[in-house]
Design a protein around this ligand. Structure first.
Ligand code: PGA
Ligand code: ZN
Length: 434
């Protein structure tokens, strides 16, 4: 049997080169145009990839250029540089684009243009080999690991299913409801199956909806599918999650835990060095904010706190980490922006024990892999994430999470097509594998 399968992996089948690359615009979930790149190989295989866009971005993220420019840059500059190259050498593809751009934040070609092509190339390569994307990405990821080079790591066989963190109540820049913290999450216990974890998320989402409705609060949703009622304070929002978990008949701190993405940079006044809680008319110094966190961590089973502080204040992050690292995961998103160089600094300064992974923060698959590799080598918890402006048919991040063996995925609530499709893609893989 093995002999009959072998021709599929003959080197000649892998030799198909890139024949053409084009791009066009499509809509994302926020009614904004975004770029889609389409790559065709000489063997006729075609694949395309759309890029997402954040609202609460880190200052050091790769730069997106306006949509028409991104399309032009792909057609006029990137395509001629990549046509004729092998799609199976991802590092060569990405490094060619990085060199062509010539900046360290993709600001010439646009991170949106570069990433669309980078991911589309990986997709078309996987398709041409007849592989599932997560399998192809897994092999690509392991190829870059030292252990894989020495033949120690298993190739593409052992897949770990991540735990979703469900953002069921939205604030910050995703809701404009006056709630300063951006995301309020329920996190199912790690020991459940992936399918059961989704069931937990769905149950809490539904009881939260009933609960808000019974209190005459709005059940309209924010950018990531979580509810976005007006008039709640941070503590009241967490109380709503506590009620939802209880009303779904789960035990808080055993079956379900809580998390938050503070996205603190979005309400930090840099000139006055104060965190501004407009809802409560409260202005906190960094030290006062620490005391606020102390209270939250005492009162709620918050096992996950993302971007608790303004990203450029590494000294404050270091203090926060020292004080709270035993109590919660301290997760860097805007702090490290999927950038291995910045992660090195964050590690040196002892600021985090967990990271968010968003390919469009750094602009290419190779750089994303380099970042995750560094994070995993240093024992950090890894969460692969969507963006608040995302595309309904795009599930690249689901396959990426499987490929790198992410601990968590963050795809929003269990509502809105562009969120659900990502959870469902992992469910699809789950049923292929179990
Ligand atoms: P963004 O939000 O996509 O708007 O940046 C997500 C996050 O901050 O995690
Ligand atoms: Zn975040």
């Amino acid at each position: 049997m093995a002999e009959f399968q072998k021709p599929l992996t003959l080197a000649t089948d892998f030799m198909s080169l890139i024949k053409s690359i084009t791009a066009y615009k499509v809509l994302n979930s926020r009614s904004d145009w975004t770029v889609r790149a389409q790559v065709t190989l000489e063997d006729g295989t075609v694949a395309s990839q759309t890029v997402p866009e954040g609202a609460s971005k880190g200052e050091n993220e790769s730069i997106s250029v306006p949509i028409d420019e991104a399309i032009r840059n792909i057609r006029i500059d990137i395509a001629p540089a990549l046509v004729g190259k092998s799609p199976f050498n991802q590092r060569d593809i990405d490094e060619t684009m990085i060199k062509l751009d010539g900046t360290d934040n993709d600001s010439n070609l646009g991170g949106n243009a570069v990433l669309a092509v980078s991911l589309a190339v990986a997709k078309v390569a996987a398709k041409s080999q007849g592989k599932e994307l997560y399998t192809y990405l897994r092999d690509l990821y392991l190829e870059g690991n030292d252990s894989a080079d020495s033949g120690e790591a298993p190739k593409g066989s052992d897949f770990k299913f991540p735990t979703p963190v469900f953002n069921i109540l939205n604030g910050g820049k995703h809701a404009q409801n006056g709630l300063p913290f951006q995301e309020f999450m329920v996190i199912p216990a790690m020991n459940l199956s992936y399918e059961k974890k989704l069931e937990v998320g769905v149950a809490c989402y539904k009881t939260l909806k009933e609960h808000l409705h019974s209190e005459d609060l709005s059940i309209g949703v924010g950018d990531e599918g979580g509810f976005a009622p007006v008039g709640l304070s941070v503590k009241e929002a967490l109380d709503k999650l506590v009620s939802a978990v209880k009303e779904a008949n789960f035990t808080l701190g055993k079956d379900v835990f809580l998390g938050t993405d503070v996205a603190a940079g979005s309400f930090y006044d840099q000139e006055r060095s104060l965190y501004i809680f407009e809802d409560a008319g409260m202005e906190l110094t960094t030290d006062e904010f620490f005391d606020f966190y102390e209270g939250l961590l005492k009162d709620y089973p918050l096992i996950y706190v993302e971007d608790p502080l303004f990203e450029a204040d590494f000294a404050a992050w270091h203090k926060f980490f020292g004080r709270f690292k035993e109590k919660t995961m301290v997760v860097g998103d805007d702090l490290v922006v999927t950038n291995a160089k910045i992660l090195e600094k964050a590690l040196q300064e002892k600021t985090i024990n967990a990271v968010i992974v968003k390919p469009n923060q750094v602009g290419s698959l190779t750089e994303t892999f380099d970042f995750v590799r560094l994070a995993q080598e240093n024992g950090l918890v890894v969460t692969v994430s969507h963006r608040s402006g995302d595309t309904a048919e795009d599930t690249f991040v689901s396959d990426l999470a499987l490929a790198v063996g992410a601990d968590f995925v963050k795809f929003g609530a269990t509502a809105r097509g562009e969120r659900v499709v990502k959870y469902n893609r992992i469910l699809e893989i789950y049923h292929q594998k179990t």
